[in-house]
Design a protein. Structure first.
Length: 398
């Protein structure tokens, strides 16, 4: 096995590349940033390596002699490893971005993609920023989640919201927040929504989660509006809830209990959710809209819905999916999609929120293209209430 190994207590970085010079360059960059790097040349070596170790970062070449790096992504996921992936490849941007999307679909975290010849500065930035991509509880432990565990967690108040600020891109003013659920399990650590929301949906627990999230987020919004009454709160709605015709009345009640105006609440639904039962979704969303609640299409562009049916619904906002936002600078296809969404939204008088803004270059390009609002790690990750209080300043009553 070809090992440029230094193994110590530092976090490990594995580079999988059949070119020895590339491996050495990456290893040296990783060492500079305090990682213990190791390099392998083939897929088989990489799999053997990963069987016994869980690296913090994997730098992966997409073409490994007669094999391709994509195969390794599946192995990383099946082995329950949780590294941050950086793609490194001589293929064009489009192929690298497709690989990155595939990795995300497999539940892996991706820091970015790099072409060859390697731009060392970019590699250093990606490795340097990787720790900000927050790890979740070990996937192995999460696989054994049961509805009873979630039921008890809800009872004990372990499901809590974080709030990610939404910013006006030009003035960098906070215009609102998105409530994002987390399960703080004393035994397993922080469990992300992608693990427990589907479980809740399958076992009739999603209404309790939605209610809980609405109560927590509107309680906080009421306080934060003392600082700026224009602030709003976005809450994600499960597709399952769009089958419940009493939802608009129940939301009205909750808004009344909290003394929050309907126009301060935005409910986010995905395209797929709407298309699953179009008639029921159209009924519920239209009534919510009539009552004054804002409706947003989340992850816009990732579904396969008929644009026409979608745009006939009473949406006031489109959230451009982060996969397109991330590709805005380097992936010409993603850039075309972002432009098309912005011009569609302008012609239909819809607000646009760009999600997943991770750097200034993307933010700058979005403003050039006329996007108004955005959220992303560049501005702030999802935050606890104390951190939001601090951001909003002294006018918030604790
Ligand atoms: P979403 O509604 O599209 O939320 C945006 C996701 O992007 C969040 O992931 C957020 O933490 C993440 N994010 C924000 N900024 C950045 C960035 O700059 N870069 C990257 N890479 N990611 C960023 P999170 O919190 O893991 O939520 C995942 C999904 O789970 C959400 O996607 C939403 O569909 C669902 N979800 C979260 N909370 C709830 C909830 O209370 N109810 C329901 N039904 N679904 C929820
Ligand atoms: Mg959302
Ligand atoms: Mg989204």
């Amino acid at each position: 096995m070809v090992h440029e190994a230094v193994v110590g207590s530092a976090p490990t970085l594995l580079v999988v590349d059949d070119e020895v010079v590339q491996r050495l360059i990456v290893c040296r960059a990783a060492e500079k940033l305090g990682y213990a790097p190791d390099g392998v040349a083939t897929l088989e070596e990489a799999i053997d390596w990963l069987k016994t170790r869980n690296p913090a970062i994997v730098v992966l070449d997409l073409s490994l002699r007669d094999r391709d790096g994509i195969e390794l992504l599946r192995d990383i996921a099946t082995l329950g490893r949780d590294p941050i992936i950086i793609f490194l490849s001589g293929f064009d941007e489009r192929i690298r971005e497709t690989a990155a999307r595939l990795a995300v679909a497999l539940g892996l975290r991706v820091a970015g993609t790099l072409g060859k010849p390697l731009q060392l500065e970019l590699l250093l930035t990606m490795i340097g920023e990787a720790p900000r991509i927050v790890p979740r509880a070990a996937k192995g432990a999460i696989r054994s989640l049961t509805p009873l565990m979630l039921d008890e967690a809800l009872e004990r108040g372990e499901v809590q919201c974080l709030f990610q600020p939404k910013f006006n891109l030009v003035g960098r003013r906070i215009v609102g927040f998105e409530a994002l659920a987390r399960w703080h399990s004393p035994a397993m650590g922080i469990i992300g929504p992608e693990m427990f929301i589907p479980l809740a949906e399958r076992h009739g627990l999603i209404d309790r989660i939605t209610l809980h999230v609405l109560n927590q987020s509107l309680t906080q919004l009421r306080r934060w509006q003392a600082c700026d009454p224009r602030l709003d709160m976005s809450v994600n709605l499960s597709p399952v809830s769009l089958g419940d015709l009493s939802l608009p009345e129940r939301i009205d009640d909750i808004l009344r209990q909290h003394g929050v105006a309907p126009s301060s609440l935005v409910l986010e639904v995905t395209e797929g959710a709407v298309m699953a039962d179009y008639i029921s979704a159209a009924d519920i969303l239209t009534r919510l809209r009539i009552h004054g609640v804002g409706i947003s299409v989340d992850d816009f562009g990732t579904g396969h819905s008929s644009l026409l049916s979608l745009l006939r619904l009473p949406f006031g906002e489109l959230k451009i999916d982060q996969s397109f936002v991330r590709g805005l600078i380097n992936d010409p296809e993603a850039a075309k999609i972002v432009k098309a969404v912005l011009s569609l939204a302008a012609s239909m008088d819809l607000k646009v929120v760009a999600e997943g803004i991770e750097n200034e270059a993307i933010c700058h390009r979005l403003t050039e293209l006329g996007a108004g609002i955005g959220q992303g790690y560049l501005f702030a990750p999802p935050l606890g209430t104390a951190a939001v209080d601090a951001m909003l300043g002294a006018s918030v009553k604790v």
